[in-house]
Design a binder for this molecule. Structure first.
Ligand code: NDP
Length: 342
């Protein structure tokens, strides 16, 4: 299948690209600069040489015409995977740094596809648990989160801080995508992938661990000894391995039943304390990890039962996912960070 993948330099997109190429798909991926394209090309030289991997430069997805040229190709695209969206809390302006690239990026690419790429039949969009999570309900232990849930966040709340801004960016971007399909009745169907905290090995050519992607930061920081005296609060208590999230993106267009559905891709529960314990067990060379007496990083009072429940049934039944374990994920993650100097 001929596939356009946006944001190919990203943590999740790099794994998605890997699966696409290994399954024989022909891929064009968008990146912001030629330098980023060159790095990916070097890692997949044999695919690029055979014409199975090419690049389009899209410097800023917040421009509504950003994808006008990228969606056009010969042979034409049949599938688009839209993963590019800012995920960091290093923002000065929530609207400009988070909301615009997420929302305009999503509506912009759907418009470009409708106008200029009529051969596209499926679009898979990376959304998030952030688009489902209802912060006002707190830990909501009696609730089971699933694909029916929507974050009720408002535009005013989005401006409160970077965390709220990020959650709003994912919520409004995903809503805009479903609204687009309903109103515009394009030639394609969409699916969304909604992961919670994504951990896993990095394969996206990172120069330095200082630039580690947001969701892996806590694993790097724990191994670096930053949690030695106190483990920070876990925040979101559910996680998934990046390799499973990547597979979800690919299966979502390979499987016809996935059309028109959201997928809540969750492997299980975790706490920051559990992460540090797994690192201590397998990597005794990191001496500054927390001990059993270090405060913080636990479940709330009442343990796991005091936290919301989740249903990942649709992702297993329709996408056929088999989720990796937390131990496997953390061990493989740390090994990949060691290659970048951990
Ligand atoms: P990364 O930061 O590694 O990837 C983000 C990607 O988006 C990068 O390729 C980045 O390009 C690109 N991007 C961001 N802003 C722009 C912009 N204005 N113009 C062009 N490209 C842009 O993070 P992840 O891989 O984790 O995130 C990928 C997707 O997964 C996002 O949609 C995120 O919201 C979603 N997600 C991630 C979760 C996680 O825990 N990691 C959980 C749930 C959802 P560049 O590298 O050049 O900056």
């Amino acid at each position: 299948t001929r596939v356009l993948l946006t944001g190919g330099s990203g943590f999740i997109a790099a794994h998605t690209l890997d699966i696409l190429l290994k399954r024989g798909h022909s891929v064009v991926t968008t990146v912001r600069t030629q330098a980023k394209a060159d790095k990916i090309k070097a890692a997949y030289k044999s695919f690029a040489d055979k014409g199975l991997l090419d690049f389009a430069i899209v410097p800023d997805i917040a421009q509504s015409d950003a994808f006008d040229q990228a969606v056009v190709s010969d042979p034409p695209f049949e599938v688009v995977l839209h993963t590019a969206s800012p995920f960091h809390f290093n923002v000065t302006n929530v609207q400009k740094d988070l909301l615009d690239p997420a929302i305009i990026g999503t509506t912009g690419i759907l418009k470009s596809i409708k106008e200029s790429a009529p051969s596209v039949k499926r679009v898979v969009i990376t959304s998030s648990f952030a688009a489902m999570f209802n912060a006002a309900k707190g830990l909501w232990p009696e609730h089971t989160y699933s694909e029916v849930d929507w974050n009720p966040i408002t535009m005013d709340q989005a401006e409160e801080n970077a965390m709220m801004g990020y959650r709003a960016s994912k919520t409004f971007a995903e809503k805009a995508a479903w609204d687009f399909v309903e109103k515009e009745k394009p030639n394609f169907t969409i699916s969304t992938i909604n992961p919670p905290m994504v951990f896993g090995p990095i394969i996206h050519n990172l120069d330095t661990l200082d630039n580690i992607n947001t969701s892996n930061q806590r694993l790097v920081w724990a191994a670096q000894g930053k949690f030695k005296d106190e483990i920070p609060p876990t925040g979101v208590y559910i996680w998934v391995d990046v390799r499973d999230v990547a597979e979800a993106h690919v299966n979502a267009f390979e499987k016809p039943d996935a059309a028109g559905k959201r997928f809540f891709t969750v492997a299980g529960y975790f706490t920051n304390r559990e992460l540090t314990k797994i690192i201590s067990k397998y990597f005794p060379q990191y001496k500054d990890l927390p001990s059993d007496s270090t405060p913080g990083g636990d479940y709330p009072e009442g343990g796991r039962n005091a936290v919301y429940k989740f249903s990942n049934k649709q992702s297993i039944d329709v996408l056929g996912l088999k989720y990796k374990t937390l131990e496997e994920c953390v061990v493989d993650s740390i090994k990949s960070f060691q290659a970048v100097g951990l």
